[in-house]
Design a protein around this ligand. Sequence first.
Ligand code: ADP
Length: 246
Amino acid sequence: MLVSVKGLHKSFGDLDVLKGIDLSIEKGSVVAIIGPSGSGKTTMLRCLNALEMPNKGTIQFQDEFNINFDAAPSKRDILTLRRKSGMVFQSYNLFPHKTALENVMEGPVIVQRKAKEKTKALAESLLKKVGLAEKMDLYPHQLSGGQQQRVGIARALAIEPELMLFDEPTSALDPEIVGEVLRVIRDLAKEGWTMAIVTHELKFAEEVADHVIFIDGGHIVEQGTPEEILKNPKEARTKQFLDRIL
Ligand code: ADP
């Protein structure tokens, strides 16, 4: 296993959002996280790189790194976790006053203090990979939503994470440009990247995911292969959810 999560809890004030999440992610696999709105999908993903601080639980990366949230983790552990997981946000979160290239270079140069020239070459190759070779020097407002999201993906790849996290990466996009972003994610899956994707795109989940997790009310209700969860769900809540959105 690349990642093992045990007993993850997260509440906001009185609101218990994650009520004990146990989950494993195999190296090279694509995990799709589905479930009703408000069920805790985004919170779970954000906990996986400590954008939200879990109240309890552990996250283990293979045998080499374990972070425990039962007590406040050290700053060093939080930074290590963040370096191991790259997040692609629903709304891109690009820096508006930086070009596409500068946005991609930001993480390695500013946060990881890597050499600028080497990072520039890496950032250029990543922007090429996501089909933006011609757009590197443009600012976010000069790019379409789909192009901005592809910059967002290149930026997350630039820190060379072990796990890529996608939070509804296409939900802010017009339907006709959803495809170009899904194509990039599909290519990353073929290259063997380990990815966890919160998504409403069930057809995409069926096609790309190795493992589907259905969350409701802060619990994992059911998980398995796309075939098991999307075609032959066992739990009533999963069936209900699928009936509603299909
Ligand atoms: P999902 O991604 O499944 O739609 P979320 O994880 O975004 O669900 O949200 C789960 C619940 O947690 C919702 O009730 C939401 O309002 C609440 N929530 C999420 N983030 C915060 C926050 N920062 N402060 C307070 N409540 C939050």
